[in-house]
Design a protein around this ligand. Structure first.
Ligand code: K1U
Ligand code: ZN
Length: 168
């Protein structure tokens, strides 16, 4: 397994729209395992392939305390959304920044598991928020896009400084 580099906002590669997965081969299994290792190490509760500069529709998640409930979403599609909810969100591509974002309260998602088997999931609470956040990543969208241009620009400057400080 391998730890992968996570792209940091405002990296333009985070704006790439991911392509559907068509082959459930060894390369995909390796990618999923590496994404879990990277997500647990960060630490985070979700990771989209876009964030590690792989532009395929792959998402990994684990919302459990014990980090023993891994979930894989391949080619996820949100079929239904209802209600509204505000929740504080973080993003591994925007480290140290947490903002309150308004999203749908419940979602029904259809996806394939790591073996290509189709499943449906009804989600609410943090799981529903995390699914919407990760599906946005696959579409090249980030949570800062829901903020005012002023707030987004402040975060962009903060991240640019963080990257510059890390490089020096
Ligand atoms: O996609 C990502 O950037 C991962 C992100 C997922 C997410 C978190 C909260 C609301 C919506 C989406 C994160 O995992 S940020 C880190 C985080 O939330 C966390 C880290 C350690 C323990 C518990 C949570
Ligand atoms: Zn994110």
């Amino acid at each position: 397994m391998a730890l992968l580099d996570i792209l940091i906002f405002p990296d333009k590669r985070l704006r790439t729209v991911a392509a559907p997965v068509e082959q459930f081969d060894d390369g995909l299994q390796q990618l999923i395992d590496d994404m879990f290792e990277t997500m647990y190490d960060a630490p985070g509760i979700g990771l989209a392939a876009t964030q590690i500069n792989v532009h395929q529709q792959v998402v990994v998640m684990d919302l459990s305390e014990a980090k023993n409930e891994p979930q894989v979403f391949i080619n996820p599609k949100i079929l239904q959304e209802a209600g509204e909810e505000e929740m504080q969100e973080g993003c591994l591509s925007i480290p140290t920044v947490y903002e309150t974002i308004k999203r749908s309260e419940t979602v029904t998602v259809e996806a394939l598991d790591r073996n290509g088997k189709k499943y449906r999931l009804d989600a609410d609470g943090l799981l529903a928020v995390c699914i919407q956040h990760e599906v946005d990543h696959l579409l090249g969208k980030m949570f800062v896009d829901y903020l005012s241009p002023l707030k987004r620009d402040r975060i962009r400057k903060k991240m640019t400084k963080l990257i510059r400080d890390q490089e020096s």
